[in-house]
Design a binder for this molecule. Sequence first.
Ligand SMILES: CC(C)(COP(=O)(O)OP(=O)(O)OC[C@H]1O[C@@H](n2cnc3c(N)ncnc32)[C@H](O)[C@@H]1OP(=O)(O)O)[C@@H](O)C(=O)NCCC(=O)NCCS
Length: 177
Amino acid sequence: MIKVLYSDDGVVMLRPLTMQDAEEHHAGQDDEYVTWLDDAESSEESVRSHLADVEKAWEAGGPFYSFAIVADGKLAGTITTEVGREGLENNQADIVYGLYPATRGRGIATRAVMLVVSFLDQIPGISEAITRVNPENPKSRSVAERAGFEPMTTAEAEADENDWLSTRVSLVPAEQR
Ligand SMILES: CC(C)(COP(=O)(O)OP(=O)(O)OC[C@H]1O[C@@H](n2cnc3c(N)ncnc32)[C@H](O)[C@@H]1OP(=O)(O)O)[C@@H](O)C(=O)NCCC(=O)NCCS
């Protein structure tokens, strides 16, 4: 069961993303955001449909958890972690993130990733966080590296479109938590 939904490091706060974020979320996205995020939606209607799925997943307790990234009291972007995704091992959770253009260049995404890694500590069986970064999107890779992720596989070696980086969720093995 998920006990901690909110986290805050004093600069960045994460809370569950909800339908109430629809307008701001739609207005915040730029071409870069829509290009690199699978779940980015370009019309307000599709944003609402996506946020309905996000709310259902929170009610169901997974398999994905989408957070609003809040900085300076405003929505700065979103970050989602997902378990059980095709291609992942059972102990792995994937993380994807995006900031609106006005909030980039301040370390906010890196802080958000670190907070989500801490969140994952409460998901049973999850011991490893993964980010999949496209080699053509070096800013995304830099976020993962700043957050302490280490290279796992490369797009070239695996014939995948992304490089994979990973970090441990907890020093305590999953079966002992
Ligand atoms: C990927 C993305 C989130 C990176 O955003 P970002 O602002 O570069 O990342 P951070 O919030 O961690 O900020 C780091 C930048 O802030 C700077 N910075 C300033 N103050 C900082 C601080 N106190 N701490 C850390 N970094 C700081 C860093 O130097 C870095 O800038 P640089 O890349 O020019 O060196 C953003 O480009 C984006 O939203 N892209 C579109 C969506 C996307 O590609 N998502 C990835 C798919 S998983």
